[in-house]
Design a protein around this ligand. Sequence first.
Ligand code: 6GU
Length: 240
Amino acid sequence: MKITIMTLFPEMIEQCISHSIMGRAIQNGIVNIEAIDIRKYSGNKHNQVDDYPYGGGAGMLIRAQPVKDCYNAIEKSHNTRVIYMTPAGKVWNQKLAEEFSNEKEIIILCGHYEGIDQRVIDDIVTDEISIGDYVLTGGEIAAITITDSIIRLIDGVLGKKESFEMESFSDNLLEHNHYTRPRVFEGREVPEVLLEGNHKKIEQYRREQSLRNTAIKRPDLLEKANLSICEKEYVKNFLE
Ligand code: 6GU
């Protein structure tokens, strides 16, 4: 997969993606992530990309032309999806991450200042995405967030396939708790069932933990989760 990020702060992106699992996926050639500096397409010798808003008001806007020229410079297919990072977009979730992880190419546009001239958004953007109901100073951190959530779903990026088959949100349930050595840490013991080696019992215990965690921390998820009649009864123990 190729992800191209249009931004005024390419170093921010490059720094973040060069570590850990994203860094390794790039090294291994599984994904190709490129941050392009919109400022390179300013078209003037001061490298100025912003201007005052028509109609007045606070703040500056990114002009349409540098964004369009930057977009035109990207090698792409005719149907490449273009995501604009904006708090006014659709709120990102695991389902969207799964959907986008099947794309061959994605372009992400990061805004800054008060925004971008609407005409270039109307022209090139296919999807407007937010990462939650709060305001960030720019789209870069949001772009890195969605990029991470997409590429970890691509085959070969994580070690074992099961490492994301059994994780939070995969069935609208949160994960069970995890324990490693030592058996007793500052007086807190590892649950006995995990030490006994009965895999059926362990699986059952973990399922119950997962249901319990979801009922306590994110009861809103239970509606969409796929529960048996028994499990529906079980979670009632943890709901008010
Ligand atoms: Cl995508 N951008 C900005 N600037 N703020 C946000 C956001 C995006 N998502 C939530 N807040």
